[in-house]
Design a protein around this ligand. Structure first.
Ligand SMILES: C[S@@+](CC[C@H](N)C(=O)[O-])C[C@H]1O[C@@H](n2cnc3c(N)ncnc32)[C@H](O)[C@@H]1O
Length: 256
């Protein structure tokens, strides 16, 4: 499967909200209070292990700085902190103030507010200088962007030469039988769970629809390469339900 435009039903929702970014931002503001619980329930707790895998790819060394884009309630930034030396620092950026508020309270409870800073902003127009970070990471962000190639170009702008990008995102299971069962679960049960637990069947029907139109792992790797990232590769987790893409910013100063 390759990249395809949003399904007509999703397009109608985006148009009604004034565009995809406005729809996505309002949706995450609305579900922020149940977001963490829904993640645990939907994945049977596997989301934590997937973030831990991505955090190990970020592989911060002593004194390094990471940027977590679409940081939401902060769980990816926390995973990076857990897997990194104590003098490392992480900045998280998200445009949903509702998600950030939950995240800031979580960081305060865990004594991580000094090490992890959460800021409001649009990841396609970062208010951050060039070459500022040793690594840039995102977990379940790419699918929500209105322009994925622009996202990877902006990530590269703020990453120092030789720095890393890590992208954790839903993908497409490669075994057809597993894929069938996965879609049965994801397309039918997840919206039901979203309605029951999160009182938001709408948001949790956006989730499976957004996965269908998301590029498959080889296509996403190509998008990263076109954005100038080198040595791009990916790891499938749980048979391709999730893919973690990793790449390096070329050391030579070429910012085409
Ligand atoms: C599925 S959540 C992932 C949250 C978190 N990374 C995690 O591991 O649970 C996606 C997040 O991306 C944010 N987001 C989507 N598009 C964005 C954009 N253009 N700029 C900033 N944040 C964005 C949403 O507000 C939401 O909090």
């Amino acid at each position: 499967m390759s990249s395809s435009p949003p399904m007509p039903e999703l397009r109608a929702r985006f148009d009604a909200a004034g565009g995809k970014p406005a729809y996505v931002r309002a949706m995450f503001d609305r579900i922020s209070g149940v977001y963490d619980l829904m993640n645990r329930v939907m994945t049977g707790g596997m989301d934590g292990r997937w973030r831990a895998f991505a955090a190990r790819q970020v592989a911060l060394r002593a004194g390094e700085h990471a940027l977590d884009l679409g940081c939401g309630t902060g769980d990816m930034a926390i995973a990076i902190a857990r897997h990194s030396p104590p003098d490392t620092r992480i900045v998280g950026v998200d445009f949903s103030e509702g998600m950030l508020e939950i995240g800031r309270r979580k960081l305060a409870r865990r004594g991580l507010s000094e090490r992890i800073e959460l800021r409001q902003g649009d990841v396609l127009r970062l208010d951050l200088p060039d070459d500022a970070f040793d690594a840039v990471c995102s977990a379940w962000l790419a699918r929500n962007l209105s322009d994925i190639p622009a996202g990877f170009r902006e990530m590269r702008r703020v990453t120092r030469p030789g720095g890393r990008v890590v992208c954790l995102e839903m993908s497409h299971p490669y075994n057809p039988i597993f894929n069938w069962g996965y879609h049965l679960y994801f397309d039918r049960l997840v919206p039901l769970l979203g309605g029951l637990i999160g009182k938001s069947a709408d948001a949790y029907s956006y989730l499976p629809s957004s996965v269908v139109s998301h590029p498959d792992a080889p296509t996403l790797k190509g998008i990263m390469e076109d954005a100038g990232w080198e040595d791009a590769r990916y790891y499938y987790l749980l048979g391709g339900v999730v893919a973690v893409h990793v790449a390096t910013n070329p050391a030579a100063p070429s910012r085409a």
